[in-house]
Design a protein around this ligand. Structure first.
Ligand code: NDP
Ligand code: DGY
Length: 328
């Protein structure tokens, strides 16, 4: 056990599942300060809370930039984020200061892929509209063309970013009878063979796919990738799905594409901003299904993410090997 003076200061920016908190408490080396709420820590409280910290456990909703790092000061050794995405972290600034970063790859891959498939099917087969019609009396009788949508059987699916989650989505979609599986990325992936994936230019993917699924990371190259030009190349019968980050999409252009009939429908688990304001134009459209960023939201996955985030943090504090360290 460390003496009170030797304890390392750790700031946790949110209430997290107990699995991770128990690990941090049991380690007996952390002087824990927690923003004990289900809501994001206000910026001023983040700047105050991080002062002098050796470790920072944060969420994807916390922007960790030079201002936060300056407020933390030179003690800061490790940032452990409760997410696989790290676009909220100013990586160059973090690297410059020699701070290590932990994140949560793999443990949420299956859960996020499962949600992506659910969103794709819900969007393509118009499930939210159907449920609403049952409730509001719109269901008058069985009608040949009422609530018809699009199916996966015999279709072409295009995955933008065949990474851990992209591949897991492809694996799940293939058994639905998908005929062609196209993908784009920075380079061809040997693991694409498993799903008979064809590496194609983005332009080909967008033009030929019946379902365009975005599962890449948010980077300067992918920011705003799905814009007016992108949607104008899609078929009128195609479905657009995004479970990566909202900023990959230009939402004004998506609204235009959906409301003008340029594309058939869209399913989004991520938006800009989050939460999407309830009066946002996208929410007025029947052919747009919006979920509140729940890709990894199962009890067990969030518990494992919490454990991994805590273990990454402790390894960073003690200078040992992290279970999942981001290579900077
Ligand atoms: P990976 O790093 O395994 O995959 C990211 C993929 O994006 C890589 O294949 C990468 O390709 C690709 N990529 C990068 N730049 C481009 C580009 N310019 N064009 C096309 N593809 C590109 O990460 P994960 O699969 O684990 O996670 C992916 C993202 O999913 C996360 O960054 C996060 O934003 C999001 N996510 C969302 C969740 C949700 O709740 N909705 C849950 C979990 C994650 P390459 O390998 O060639 O670099
Ligand atoms: C992530 O981990 O990046 C997701 O967006 C939430 O699990």
């Amino acid at each position: 056990m460390m003496s009170a003076q030797q304890m390392l200061k750790v700031f946790v920016t949110r209430r997290i599942p107990q699995e991770g908190m128990k690990i941090l408490q049991k380690a007996g080396m952390c002087n824990l300060s927690v923003w004990d709420s289900d809501e994001p820590v206000p910026r001023a409280e983040l700047l105050k809370g991080v002062a002098g910290a050796h470790g920072l456990l944060c969420l994807l909703s916390d922007k960790i930039d030079a201002e936060v790092l300056d407020a933390a000061g030179p003690n800061l050794k490790v940032i452990s984020t409760f997410s696989v995405g790290f676009d909220h972290l100013a990586i160059d600034e973090i690297k410059k200061r020699g701070i290590r970063v932990g994140y949560t790859p793999d443990v949420l891959t299956d859960t996020t892929a499962e949600l992506t498939v659910a969103l794709l099917l819900a969007t393509a087969r118009r499930l939210p509209e159907g449920v609403e019609e049952v409730k509001n009396g719109g269901w008058s009788t069985w009608k040949p063309l009422w609530l018809c949508g699009y199916g996966l059987s015999g279709s072409t699916v295009g995955v933008i970013g065949l990474g851990r989650i992209g591949l897991a989505i492809a694996r799940r979609l293939k058994p639905f009878g998908v005929k062609r599986l196209l993908y784009t990325g920075r380079q061809p992936k040997p693991q694409a063979q498993e799903v008979d994936g064809e590496y194609v230019p983005l332009d080909t993917l967008v033009r030929e796919s019946d379902f365009v699924v975005v599962s890449c990371s948010l980077t300067p190259d992918t920011q705003g990738l799905c814009d007016k030009t992108f949607f104008s190349k899609m078929k009128k019968t195609s479905i657009f799905i995004n479970t990566s980050r909202g900023a990959v999409v230009n939402q004004e252009d998506l609204f235009e594409a959906l409301s003008s009939g340029q594309i058939a429908a869209a399913g989004l688990d991520v938006t800009t901003p989050e939460p999407l304001p309830t009066n946002h134009p996208l929410l007025t459209l029947k052919n747009c299904v919006v979920l509140p960023h729940i890709g990894s939201a199962t009890y067990s996955t969030r518990g494992v993410m919490s454990e991994l985030t805590a273990n990454n943090l402790l390894a960073g504090l003690t200078g040992s090997e992290m279970p999942s360290e981001l290579k900077l």
